[in-house]
Design a protein around this ligand. Sequence first.
Ligand SMILES: Nc1ncnc2c1ncn2[C@@H]1O[C@H](COP(=O)(O)OP(=O)(O)OP(=O)(O)O)[C@@H](O)[C@H]1O
Ligand SMILES: [Mg+2]
Length: 187
Amino acid sequence: MIITVLAKKGGVGKSTVCILLHEALKRAGKTVAIQDWDAQGTSNKALEYIKGQRAEQSGQYDILIYDTPPNLEHPATAAAVRSADVALVVTSPSPADVWEADEAVRFVQSKGSQAVVRVLFNKVRKGTILGRLVAESAKQISVPVVPIQLSARECYQHAIGRGWPALDATAREEVIHLALALMSVRN
Ligand SMILES: Nc1ncnc2c1ncn2[C@@H]1O[C@H](COP(=O)(O)OP(=O)(O)OP(=O)(O)O)[C@@H](O)[C@H]1O
Ligand SMILES: [Mg+2]
């Protein structure tokens, strides 16, 4: 299974989501690797920091996660989308990001991809106005949103360099639920 993580916007949390999924899926007993298509190499660097792992280019895995550049025009993004089983568009709850999320959804659809497309709300602050408006914002998006949202948590920032040990029990549960939700998406 290939999960391609993408967004039109930079900085919405694509690479963080890749690392969190990588860590959660490993804990769920899956073999998993990340292929980093972004020249910034955030996921590659994160894997090296976490435990000297290198992002895998080949091999057999239950799940392969593709991290992509913050640019829909980049050929790598299109290639990563075309080979995806699940295309996961990441957005923050802020309205400007949500608009771009729907553009990313349409981008996937325009590439003739067979992928199931889902949108993930990341950096959600549940007690805030934007946090409460997530369900309303989801209506602007033409595909279903993942039923699990990722909260804005400092421990997710640490997870980029430290992996699973950086997460407390609440964060672990949230990320495991996200991973399981993605494993079971169907058109
Ligand atoms: N759920 C979260 N809670 C708190 N901080 C987060 C969360 N997700 C991402 N961040 C932070 O947001 C910033 C951008 O995250 P990240 O690098 O993963 O985004 P990106 O979409 O991959 O960026 P780029 O477009 O540059 O590739 C980082 O500082 C990261 O730690
Ligand atoms: Mg990135």
